[in-house]
Design a protein. Structure first.
Length: 350
């Protein structure tokens, strides 16, 4: 009996706490009323945005208007950056990080609305974020993962046509990661966060903040003779690792969170050919020769970027979806990283 009383008291305290932090906001543009929730020092909309902007790209899942009332619209990145009402903004990756750090360990189920997810997700919605599995629309126009995954844009630019997004739902295909860079033309959900008084400024300043995030073609550079990737051909003899077990997703092979033991299962010769004059922005090719089967796979590289940590990213398209090869000379690896982080393949060289 005592345990039951304690449980009831805790439940009432939690209920009381949330009742003090909940609120409502009316979007003056269309009269839509959104529930809000204060989590830590942040105030979030606890519903996906469903505003129909005058300009930009937005989609109802499966093009069915009935999905908008529950799940909101799916916006491409440029539209998402400008779609929140005055006094609110598209959260940055850092805003999401502050949120998840406040929620703490195993934050995903604590952000998920109980009634909206499969039972194996263990959704608890402890903090009132009320995340929904609204799915997404890929850049080819195909709708995916309704009822399975929730995907939210951030305002944080990644590179070229990529921006960072956040994901919840362990069955969503990318569940090894909660943040990832992805194609800006994909349609995903928007959760607006209230602008703090000290960073709101005027409307002009807010617009300026957004405009600075728009992609601009980088300046051309000249490179020293010791630059890592030069015009011409560089070859790497590599071996492919055995795949990780499912519960230790391949994503971790790309981070320091978990390392698969590199069991050699196939050997390749990877040839990187920079065939125009500028190694950062001109075209390149990567060929993969399987030394056992003698099969050659060729990739047309669209963009090359070198990072501050010394690694180099080669961006290419496969089946109209962006992919990346990441060359890390410190760890002596070449990682093939898919757009959504569904999988990685890591190749080691000596």
């Amino acid at each position: 009996m005592k345990n039951i009383v304690v449980f009831i008291c805790i439940s009432l305290l939690n209920s009381f706490s949330f009742s003090q932090e909940q609120g409502k906001f009316t979007d003056a543009r269309d009269g839509k009323v959104y529930k809000t929730i204060k989590i830590g020092n942040q105030v979030w909309m606890s519903e996906n945005l469903s505003y129909k902007p005058l300009n930009g790209n937005y989609y109802a899942y499966n093009n069915e208007p009935s999905n908008v009332s529950k799940y909101g619209y799916l916006y491409d990145w440029n539209t998402a950056c400008n779609v929140c009402p005055i006094g609110w903004k598209l959260p940055s990756n850092s805003d999401f990080l502050e949120l998840t750090n406040f929620i703490g360990q195993d934050f995903k189920p604590k952000m998920m609305l109980k009634s909206a997810w499969p039972i194996d997700e263990n959704a608890s919605n402890n903090f009132g974020f009320s995340g929904l599995p609204a799915g997404f629309r890929d850049q080819t126009g195909v709708f995916r993962y309704l009822g399975i995954g929730g995907y939210f844009w951030t305002s944080t630019f990644s590179h070229q046509s990529f921006a960072f997004a956040r994901e919840i739902g362990k069955n969503a295909g990318n569940w090894g990661s909660h943040e990832f860079g992805t194609n800006q033309y994909i349609g995903m959900s928007v959760r607006c966060i209230k602008v703090e008084a000290d960073d709101s400024g005027s409307n002009e300043e807010l617009d300026g903040e957004y405009s600075e995030r728009e992609y601009e073609e980088p300046k051309k550079y000249t490179y020293s003779e010791d630059y890592t990737i030069k015009k011409g051909i560089t070859e790497y003899l590599v071996y492919k690792t055995q795949r990780c077990i499912e519960t230790q997703d391949d994503y971790y092979n790309y981070t320091d969170e978990y390392k698969c033991e590199p069991t050699k299962i196939e050997s390749y010769k990877i040839t990187i050919d920079i065939h125009l004059s500028n190694p950062r922005y001109d075209e390149a090719k990567i060929n993969m020769l399987n030394l056992k089967t003698k099969k050659i796979t060729e990739f047309d590289i669209e963009y090359v970027e070198d990072l501050d940590d010394g690694s180099i990213i080669f961006v290419f398209s496969q089946f109209d979806a962006p992919n990346q090869f990441i060359l890390d000379q410190k760890s002596k690896t070449i990682v093939w990283y898919s757009e959504w982080g569904h999988w990685t393949e890591t190749y080691f060289y000596k």
